[in-house]
Write a protein that binds this ligand. Sequence first.
Ligand code: ADP
Length: 488
Amino acid sequence: MRGSMPEKNRRINVLFAAAEAEPFIKVGGLGDVAGALPIAIQKSATHAIDIRLVIPFHAAIKEKQLPIEFLGSFAINSVAGTSECLVYSITNEGLTVYLLDSEAINHKSPVYHANPVEDGRKYAFFSIACVELVKFLDWKVDIFHSNDWHTAVAIYALATNYKDDPFFHNTAKIISVHNMPFNGYGAQPALTELGIAPSNDSNLPEWAKLTPLPLGLVAADKIIAVSEGYAKEILTPEFGCGLDEFLITRSERIIGIVNGIDTQIWDPATDPYLVQNYSRNNLGAKANNKAELQKTYGLEINQGIPLLTLISRMDNQKGIDIALRGLNRVINEDWQAIILGTGNPQIEKMAIDLAKMYPDRIKTITKFDPALSHQLYAGADIFLMPSRYEPCGISQMISMRYGTIPVARATGGLEDTITHYRGNTDEATGFLFKHKYPSAFANGLLRALNTYKNKPIWIKLQQNGMDKDFSWQHSANAYVEVYKSLLK
Ligand code: ADP
């Protein structure tokens, strides 16, 4: 018992460590999660939580000249000597955020290095700095929450180098897995420099014994995948990235909690980028957004033709090639498409070439354009998401919130968040297809196109999607339950 508060009601202290977080820095989906989730957890009405975020003080954050406060410094020890780590803090929506700065964290570098050895060094040192931070703050944390490989070494160090440190005796260790294929291989020299010994877990493959993500998985009391579907998939050879057999030995510690979306930024009723706002009871107004897109992009202005959209990073993961080939197979059907995405030049070229073949029906825009993305979510009828794998995915949740029906591959978070229409409209919100082939995509799309012709059913699917609770609060409550279950 601490004080007079019953143990199960006492405040829980959590350090949430990540490589990036909105609004300070965002490179990928992790930035969305680390920006929103801790704030939602702090606001959770189900338990008192003192959660604080820590990220590196990246060069790109420094450029923003934010009103930061300098708290002091501590030493990070390695065989090469001692390096100083400076601690700054700032508040974001009531959340305390620590920014750690040190030569060892290589603060002048980009958020992610192309060179895996340098990236490994940056995040190995950052991980140890996160552990030292709580000692510097003299703040006993109940939960140390790592995210992906970048901060995985922190919890491994807690389980090894800091094992006998009484300061951490009550600290439970969590790792959230946002993307298994990125494991931090290349960090080995830095880990050795920091005195981190390889794991002796015989279930780990040799390559993994001194690799950040697997080390975090070894040490974690709880492994949280970003959807229930992904939690199951990582136990299979197809998605486990060589760690599936090891993960099976840990399966009792693995759970899935689906991410959320920012329901204020993504709200068709108030979205400032739209020519016309609308809501579930006023879906007719969505048509003006479609007409505007048809006009802007030189497509036939006709509400009867379903407008498809695809908004994505152009990356092999996203299966855009599957959709492009699949579209060719249903070219005799009536539809128009607007594709927005940047990334892999080969995939971009494929999308540009398809638009050149059918210039009055398909438009491809290869840039990163958030305003246009809002307009496409609002104006399109059907959202295409043919991902080869998708740990969670947020685009499909956004599209459903905008009454735009997803046609998506049945994988990971897509399968968890989209309810496939099988002829019963009670819960259905979209269309899922199983195999990662153009023919399977084409069949899924055909089902959607046929259903589109039946307006009452279509509207019901739209409303079902718009009624779903994709807010971060929903996810946050699930995280709080995990924190409570781990209290020592
Ligand atoms: P991932 O994080 O793997 O890229 P998600 O579906 O989780 O995939 O999130 C992608 C986010 O990026 C969505 O909000 C989507 O709208 C946005 N996005 C992707 N490509 C573009 C683009 N070219 N322009 C604007 N927004 C984009």
